[in-house]
Design a binder for this molecule. Structure first.
Ligand SMILES: O=c1[nH]cc([C@@H]2O[C@H](COP(=O)(O)O)[C@@H](O)[C@H]2O)c(=O)[nH]1
Ligand SMILES: [Mg+2]
Length: 228
């Protein structure tokens, strides 16, 4: 397969740069356990990439929880405050982000996370996240109308580069099925590093599927190669 040359890169955050998906699972399971419910991976997959109010709504309706969306968000925030500062980097993420920075590849963060959650998650990774000059935090950004799988967050993130790249000039890095759908809907190529539990058939829309960011070869997309 041949890939199109790109000039700009867009990174998802949760489950791609940080292992925060593990922490979402723990946080949401802690809440559901009060009602004797289980947070299955099947349900989690539907929620990955949604904005916080969208996700809360689906959780409540799926499990018939006696909570309003606001209450669910409040309960989640209590869990996140404890868990998210433990976020750790996924293999290869730091190296790749530093590589793009070193070679002046325009780079943006495009996550559905809220500003509040973002700050908790980057507690121990501030220097690395400072390398992103442009950040779009979907759940807190009024310009991002809809969460993934809609393309909004990627289109808004791309529009914030001063040179306004076209979608085909942008390469997205994602871990989630909803994120891949969002990138494709935006007209962008997408490298997927999926959770191993995701069925192979659900990864088919991705331009390239890798088991780790460590395996990414920038030159496949016309980007500066790793030299050593
Ligand atoms: O187990 C879950 N993971 C992730 C999400 C949602 O996905 C967003 C992260 O999306 P992204 O991968 O675009 O950062 C979170 O902010 C949250 O709203 C969720 O609800 N449940
Ligand atoms: Mg993700």
């Amino acid at each position: 397969m041949t890939f199109r040359k790109v000039s700009h890169v867009l990174f998802d955050m949760d489950g791609l740069i940080l292992n925060s998906e593990v922490l979402y699972t723990a946080a949401i399971q802690n809440i559901l356990s009060r009602y004797g419910k289980e947070y299955t991976f099947e349900l989690k997959q539907k929620l990955m990439g949604l904005q916080s109010h969208e996700s809360a709504k689906v959780l409540i309706s799926t499990h018939n929880l006696p909570l309003s969306v606001e209450e669910m968000i409040e309960e989640s925030k209590k869990q996140f405050a404890v868990l998210f500062p433990n976020s750790q980097l996924m293999p290869g993420a730091k190296n790749l982000i530093e590589h793009f920075h070193k070679h002046n590849v325009p780079m943006a963060l495009a996550t559905s996370s809220s500003k509040e959650s973002y700050e908790l998650k980057i507690t121990h990774h501030k220097e690395l996240f400072d390398l992103f000059k442009y950040k779009t935090l979907g759940s807190s950004d009024p310009e991002v109308k809809r969460g993934k799988p809609y393309p909004d967050v990627f289109l808004v993130a791309a529009s914030r580069f001063p040179d306004k790249p076209k979608p085909e000039q942008c390469l997205v890095f994602e871990d989630a099925v909803n994120g891949v759908k969002a990138a494709k809907a935006a007209g962008m190529q997408v490298v997927m590093v999926p959770d191993p539990r995701i069925e192979k058939s659900a990864t088919a829309e991705a331009t390239l599927v890798l088991s780790s960011l460590v395996d990414f070869k920038p030159e496949l997309f016309g980007l500066p190669p790793f030299t050593s």
